[in-house]
Design a protein around this ligand. Sequence first.
Ligand SMILES: O=P(O)(O)OC[C@H]1O[C@H](OP(=O)(O)OP(=O)(O)O)[C@H](O)[C@@H]1O
Ligand code: HPA
Ligand SMILES: [Mg+2]
Length: 183
Amino acid sequence: MLDDIEVLISAEELDKRNRELAEQITADFEGEQVHIIGVLKGCFMFVTDLVRYIDLDLSVDFLGLSSYGDSTKSSGVVRMTQDLSDPIEGKNVLIVEDIVDTGLTMKYLLENLQTRHPKSLSVVTLLDKPAGRKVEVPIEYTGFEIPDKFVIGYGLDYAELYRNLPYIGYVPQIEEEDQADDE
Ligand SMILES: O=P(O)(O)OC[C@H]1O[C@H](OP(=O)(O)OP(=O)(O)O)[C@H](O)[C@@H]1O
Ligand code: HPA
Ligand SMILES: [Mg+2]
């Protein structure tokens, strides 16, 4: 286990922002039905907390994408680990992500979902790390902009661990160890 996890965003701040995002989404889609697509695995806490504050008729589906493996750096190759259960043609799709970092996952996903002809396609991400960006992607709703650090918790992992932390944290030790492994 890691020592010294620094809290970047507390559970209370996450809850407050989730309510605000949900309020904005509820207002923007008033009178419409929304199809939520959660991007596993990282989205699992954010999506479940967010949807309970959205006051709209909505359906939920999930897909799995993976590109980091056990590293703090993107492999550059996005792999679909699980596809959607339902068609999205003609639906107002709202993608729910935990983080947009390089943007490679979101680019892959937007291109993939556009070919399935949704009525509309929008993105909500809890975290945006602009310093990590390799490709530009459109984001309609952002919870927090974060600095160029590898973060863990509230769904986000390092080598599959720490997803269960109820806050977003940062540990300098992680990036140091990962860099040492590369050398
Ligand atoms: O903008 P990018 O640099 O592409 O990074 C963002 C993606 O990376 C993480 O997924 P990961 O590959 O770690 O899979 P996981 O969600 O199962 O942890 C995260 O959950 C996002 O989906
Ligand atoms: O900072 C991060 N933490 C965890 N997973 C991630 N996937 C992209 N960036 C990150
Ligand atoms: Mg991950």
